[in-house]
Design a protein around this ligand. Structure first.
Ligand SMILES: *Cc1c(COP(=O)(O)O)cnc(C)c1O
Length: 852
């Protein structure tokens, strides 16, 4: 696939130890992010520098920092040497052994899948993420490595990443932006064979931007990262990739252009020709333009044709649950940055480009919505949970006027988490014993049964040990946090003894955004205090979370918790850990008994943190939103809310807060403390077991990636190949001619129905309608009888057959359907929809004409 033969990248060898024999082997291990989830190499790095390793969990930093003397000494030690060699062998073996994908599918069933996302959460050592979206993307790449799918990731390398959080003495959040020194990140620059740094050029008005390219190794998978901090760039451009979700719309637009256009160009330069392009959220939408641009150039086609062909290979995953969450860019901003690109590269006007991102293409004032551009440029679209897909069908309904809401073409793949990244060492041992070493390297249908057979006492021991570990972690972290913020020695000392592993521990950690209602538990502080301080059955609560630096409401909510924690009655029972990140998340989800999630339905598109507790035996208490709306059953956890949305926000919050307290007081706390003679809470452990067995595999990336593969990647690759084949036999434009009419609204205005009749005999119903197709060929449409579903179910759709031409009309026909039906005939109406060469309807062609 190498058009341009890029050699193995030249390593960064500024390190003074680079010439030490054995350094290369360590570098190979340190640069593979697989070590961040399989943990087998941890011991090596700890041996090299225990303190630095604990502080950073970044093998590459450890290796860059270690002294030549230490390195030479260790490499001379047979034990160290042996361990290193074994790990190196294991790494190479893991990459070479045939994967689940390779052994299950034909080698030519799927070409490269390019996965575009604004953020990737892979490891603490690579802080280029903010939260949920990055989590999904990172876990997806890791799963692609485990299962062996041919995926490459494309993202941005931020000079600062997302902000870090500390608290001042008044409990206010302060945002810090430490510099991401690329030399200390586990990535290497992509260089051309002659050693020159690979650079991508992106033309912007007045000055081009040069983009540098980096590579991160995620097991078998590569992630390419672009950054604009190149000396050749004007200062304004050097900062395009400065930080994640900072700045205004202009910076965001530039970042998205770098990601989409720059990202596709990079792949092209590397000689990669992806069949499938997966846009993870609308930020990546511009990739569809550049993909089409590349196709136009290589096949000498106009833009519309190139987009029509490449669209089949594009998949758009939307993660947004409310219209206000979509990225929108003012027309003038788009005109400023994309006029030249539209005219010179795509050969269309910038107004035509804008139209692709508008609900109403004719409205010159409407901003460009990247999610709309992504939809218009994709052959399939999905949401990230069943409920979220339903919500998304409403959000995107305006793009499909006159189509029933059921048929707005948005499917779903519920998110999953990469289990090996989130299980504790003890959980890994427990599951390995029950289900074997390779349990997460394929499909996971068979892990439930062995977990169901785990003895109660063993599970409870496992849980107690996890609580103890968490309490140790909290004590250590909190005392450091307090020491840094300048509180008294007394308070620091108290933190070293805070919490009790025997007490029921609730955890809540997430972005402090209003819709997540991180303060729902604070609704009635006195009632919460009674819960925490119950003399027989106390509760302890650990919280973490950042509020975006521009979000004042979120920051006030953080402060409200810190004030509450300062109340003498809350002392010792509640802690707020600062700087929620992957490492904090990992500790919390591995140790809590109950994970709390309180979003305002339906804003939580999926949510993933609750999935991370599953493998570790934690239980979920959550609003019936996102993934929990489909995961919940009384045997596996607890729900809040009635599974509906409500208009009166204040009353709704109050009602759900009450329900939350009641659930804790009457159900969760008693179940936890209801012990048998050996001190085990049987009903609790039964829930744990059931949650572990049934939910862990179902909400893993093993399942979600398999869904993507079967429902999206393979069909997209197939559809794309068909269109390319059409194009290669040189008849594309000719063959498409009749189809072109289908995009023309004026032609559809001429389509109408005439008389119709219904007759019943022999229990069969015959329906006949006259259909006048005007300028549209009957071969390009389908006529159907349609009835709404009953009781919210799927609609009934019956194809009608063209039985004869009407004598008095040039393009009029009788269509007929015969069938039995118990529903009244007035439930049915006829319609004409496009039907052409496997185009996805209505995603690719939205026209429809109804009889009534
Ligand atoms: C898992 C995770 C998230 C996403 O969790 P939600 O359930 O979507 O809130 C965000 N941030 C970090 C650090 C995580 O580990």
């Amino acid at each position: 696939m190498a058009a341009l033969p890029i050699s193995r990248f030249t390593k960064i060898t500024a390190n003074i130890c680079a010439d030490v024999e054995g350094f290369d082997a360590l570098a190979e291990l340190a640069l593979d992010l697989r070590s961040s989830w399989n943990h087998t190499t941890d011991r090596l790095w700890r041996t090299l520098d225990p303190e630095l390793w604990e502080l950073t969990h970044n093998p590459w930093v450890v290796l860059q920092t270690v002294s030549r003397q230490t390195l030479e000494r260790l490499l001379a030690s047979p034990d160290f040497r042996q361990e290193m060699e074994a790990l190196l062998q294991a790494r190479r073996h893991a990459n070479e052994v045939p994967s689940w994908f390779q052994t299950t599918y034909a080698s030519d069933s799927l070409g490269t899948v390019a996965y575009f996302c604004m953020e990737f959460m892979l490891s603490e050592a690579l802080p280029i993420y903010s939260g949920g979206l990055g989590n999904v993307a990172g876990d997806q790449l890791k799963a692609a490595s485990d299962l062996g799918l041919p995926v490459v990731g494309v993202g941005l390398l931020y000079q600062q990443g997302y902000f870090r959080q500390i608290f001042d003495l008044h409990g206010r959040q302060q945002a810090l932006f430490p510099y991401n020194d690329p030399g200390q990140l586990p990535i290497v620059p992509l260089r051309s064979p002659d050693g020159e740094w690979l650079r991508i050029k992106l033309e912007l008005p007045a000055h081009a931007v040069w983009l540098r390219a980096w590579e991160a190794q995620v097991g078998r998978v590569k992630l390419y990262l672009l950054d604009s901090n190149d000396a050749a760039n004007i200062p304004a451009h050097r900062g395009i990739t400065s930080d994640l979700y900072g700045g205004g719309p202009e910076l965001r637009l530039l970042q998205e252009l770098v990601l989409g256009i720059g990202g596709w160009r990079l792949l092209t330069m590397l000689g990669s020709e992806p069949e499938v392009c997966h846009l993870n959220e609308g930020h990546a939408a511009f990739a569809v333009l550049e993909r089409a641009a590349h196709f136009m150039r290589t096949h000498a086609l106009p833009f519309e044709a190139a987009l029509d062909i490449t669209r089949a290979g594009n998949i758009f995953t939307t993660h947004t649950a409310v219209a206000a969450g979509f990225d929108r860019f003012e027309p003038n901003l788009i005109r400023q940055y994309l006029t030249t690109y539209a005219e010179k590269t795509l050969g269309i006007s910038v107004e035509s480009l804008l139209a692709l991102g508008r609900q109403n293409p004719e409205d010159a004032h409407e901003p460009l919505t990247t999610a709309y551009l992504a939809i218009r440029g994709s052959g399939a679209v999905n949401g990230v949970s069943r409920l979220h897909a339903r919500v998304s069908r409403h959000l995107f309904a305006p793009l499909f006027p006159r189509w029933p809401i059921h048929e707005v073409p948005i499917g779903h793949v519920t998110n999953g988490v990469h289990v090996p990244s989130w299980d504790s060492v003890a959980a890994d041992e427990l599951w390995t014993e029950a289900c074997g070493h390779d349990r997460w390297l394929g499909t996971v249908a068979d892990v439930a049964e062995p977990i169901r057979h785990l003895p109660t006492a063993q599970l409870w021991q496992f849980r107690l040990a996890a609580s103890t570990e968490l309490v140790d972690y909290i004590r250590e972290r909190l005392s450091r946090q307090l020491a840094a913020s300048g509180v008294s020695q007394e308070d620091i000392e108290a933190a070293r003894h805070i919490f009790d592993p025997g007490i029921l521990t609730l955890g809540f950690a997430r972005r402090f955004a209003e819709y997540k209602r991180p303060n729902l538990l604070l609704h009635d502080p006195e009632r919460l205090l009674r819960l925490l301080n119950d003399p027989q059955r106390p509760v302890q609560l650990v919280i973490a979370g950042k509020a975006h630096p521009a979000d004042m409401t979120g920051q006030a909510m953080v402060q409200a918790w810190l004030r509450f924690i300062h109340r003498p009655e809350a002392r010792g029972r509640v802690v707020f850990l600062s700087d929620y990140d992957m490492q904090v998340a990992e500790q919390l989800i591995q140790g809590v008994d109950v994970w709390l999630n309180t979003p305002r339905r339906p804003w939580e598109a999926s949510g993933t943190s609750g999935m991370k507790v599953l493998v570790n035996g934690g239980l979920n208490l959550s609003v019936l939103d996102g993934w929990w709306a489909e995961a919940y059953s009384p045997g596996v956890g607890w729900s809040i809310g009635d599974g509906l949305e409500h208009a009166d926000i204040a009353a709704w919050d109050a009602a759900e807060a009450k329900e939350l307290y009641t659930r804790l007081e009457q159900d969760i706390v008693p179940t936890f403390y209801d012990r048998d003679e050996s001190g085990i809470p049987y009903a609790w452990v039964n829930r744990m077991r059931e949650s572990m067995a049934t939910l862990t595999p179902k909400f893993s990336t093993n399942r979600s990636l398999h869904d993507y593969l079967e429902r999206y990647y393979l069909p997209a690759a197939d559809a794309f190949r068909h269109r390319v084949a059409d194009c290669q036999c040189g008849t594309y434009l000719h063959r498409m001619r009749p189809g072109r009419q289908l995009f023309d609204a004026r032609r559809w205005a001429g389509v109408h129905f005439g008389a119709s009749s219904v007759a019943s005999h022999d229990g069969q119903r015959h329906v006949e309608v006259e259909v006048y197709l005007g300028d549209i060929s009957p071969d390009s449409v389908q006529v159907q009888l349609y009835a709404n579903g009953t009781a919210g179910g799927e609609p009934e759709i019956i194809p009608m057959e063209r039985v004869r031409q009407l004598a008095n009309a040039a393009n009029g026909y009788i269509y007929e359907a015969v069938g039995s039906s118990c529903r009244p005939e007035s439930d049915y109406t006829a319609r004409v929809i496009p039907c052409f060469h496997d185009r996805a309807i209505p995603l690719e062609i939205q026209h429809i004409v109804w009889q009534r």
